[in-house]
Design a protein around this ligand. Structure first.
Ligand SMILES: Nc1ncnc2c1ncn2[C@@H]1O[C@H](COP(=O)(O)OP(=O)(O)O)[C@@H](O)[C@H]1O
Ligand SMILES: [Mg+2]
Length: 397
């Protein structure tokens, strides 16, 4: 299939795409490499449009837009969608997403972005939501159910984009039988709100008695999310604090205001909730897709893998997990040292937070079946981290 890789209304390149394998077999023309996905620009060699490394990376990038192989309960989802692999979904809706503005336009079509993008145009999400989140769902029946931005979501958790009152929201479940992720997301939002950190607002919702988190889309038709993974891809890897410092430098070079403080805020949140999953695709920047200007650090998102979620044991004391600082896995007490002036945090804003979380967890006990012991242990852990942060603030000079 001959097609044009588009970034909103801009033509990036013209290529031959094979939907059966999701591979780009030939590149005919590069129209504007500047508008290509950030990660691809580094692979582009001027005057050699059929350089195999560029083509391979283009195919990789496109395939990676699909649902990843590590998605929780992927086999069941594929069965319910009546397909055999996630990449089969990529040509059902031009590869459109709600996290950026790329799409594949068949060369002989006269489609317009305005008529097909999912920011303006509604989509039929009901069957996909059921297939993704429900414990008992039938196979989908409608062809339109496969024309949604759900074809291009990343991440491990079961999830679905829905429309509620005209607003696009992402619903996310827990992992396997665990249901704490949604509560951790809401806790993170509450902390960010109190401390004034720019964040994605998560609330608790239920779908057929399943607890999910719900957050609005933070991308608009004029923006895209570029994750740190993409930005770091052509930068030297040090496996040390240098990775962090060079990332901040890069953001500052692109005139992002208070970049350091914003990145610090994310690690302060991770410290309080003991988030173990701050990998490089769980943060990034927002770019203007029209001007290619870097606008800001992306609001803090994906905070579910926290509060020792993987180590809960009714009988045992908690084991403390480790956090992530770029390529390194380190104790939280080490990572927090990157914050230059921890005294700028007004910790009194977290007064009553533990009681608030305790309340939230009790409210949903009839759905989660968490024992009082578990809730208590979660609150003790949260309280411990807040107190440790208080100590750090007191002793910082
Ligand atoms: N509110 C949002 N608006 C736009 N894109 C989002 C939003 N939340 C998540 N995404 C995109 O979806 C991906 C998966 O979401 P994430 O919350 O990280 O799920 P998981 O917990 O499964 O990793 C993110 O990496 C990001 O690219
Ligand atoms: Mg994620």
């Amino acid at each position: 299939m001959k097609c044009i890789l588009m970034n909103k209304n801009k033509e990036v390149l013209i290529a031959e795409y094979d939907p059966a394998t999701s591979v780009f077999t030939e590149i005919y023309e590069i129209n504007d490499i500047n508008y290509a996905p950030y990660i691809l620009k580094n692979f582009y060699i001027k005057n050699d449009i059929n350089d195999s490394s560029f083509r391979t990376n283009l195919s990789e990038w496109f395939k990676n837009r699909g649902i990843p192989s590590w998605r929780d309960k992927l086999d069941l989802l594929l069965h319910r969608l009546n397909i055999t692999a996630p990449y089969e979904l990529l040509d059902k809706a031009f590869g459109l997403s709600l996290s950026d503005q790329y799409w594949l336009k068949p060369i002989d079509s006269n489609l317009y972005y305005d008529d097909i993008n999912f920011f303006d145009n509604d989509f039929d999400y009901a069957e996909f939501m059921e297939a993704s989140l429900s414990t008992n769902s039938n196979q989908i029946t409608k062809e339109t159910s496969l024309k949604t931005p759900n074809n291009t979501t990343d991440g491990m958790l079961k999830k679905a984009w829905i429309i509620d009152n005209g607003i696009r929201y992402l619903l996310k479940g827990g992992y396997k039988n665990e249901t704490l992720q949604p509560f951790n997301e809401v806790l993170a939002s509450e902390i960010c709100k109190r401390l004034g950190f720019n964040h994605v607002e998560y609330t608790i919702d239920t779908y057929k008695d399943i607890v999910v988190s719900k957050c609005p889309c933070f991308i608009t038709k004029d923006t895209e999310l570029i994750t740190c993974y993409q930005i770091k891809n052509d930068m030297q890897r040090h496996d040390s604090i240098e990775d962090y410092e060079e990332y901040i430098k890069k953001l500052e070079e692109h005139n992002i205001e208070n970049a350091r403080e914003k990145i610090e805020n994310m690690f302060i949140l991770d410290y309080i909730i003991m988030n173990e999953d701050r990998h490089l695709n769980n943060f990034g920047i927002i770019r203007d897709v029209n001007t290619l200007e870097w606008i800001d650090v992306a609001p803090i998102f994906d905070n579910g893998q926290s509060l020792n979620i993987e180590y809960y044991d009714e009988e045992e004391v908690h084991i403390s997990g480790s956090g992530r600082l770029f390529y390194e896995v380190k104790p939280f007490d080490e990572i927090i040292k990157v914050v230059k002036n921890i005294k700028r945090i007004d910790i009194s804003k977290l007064d009553g937070l533990v009681e608030w979380f305790d309340d939230l967890l009790h409210q949903y006990q009839h759905l989660t079946n968490y024992s009082d012991t578990r809730i208590n242990k979660l609150c003790i852990l949260l309280n411990r981290q807040i107190n440790k942060l208080k100590e750090l603030i007191l002793n910082n000079d």
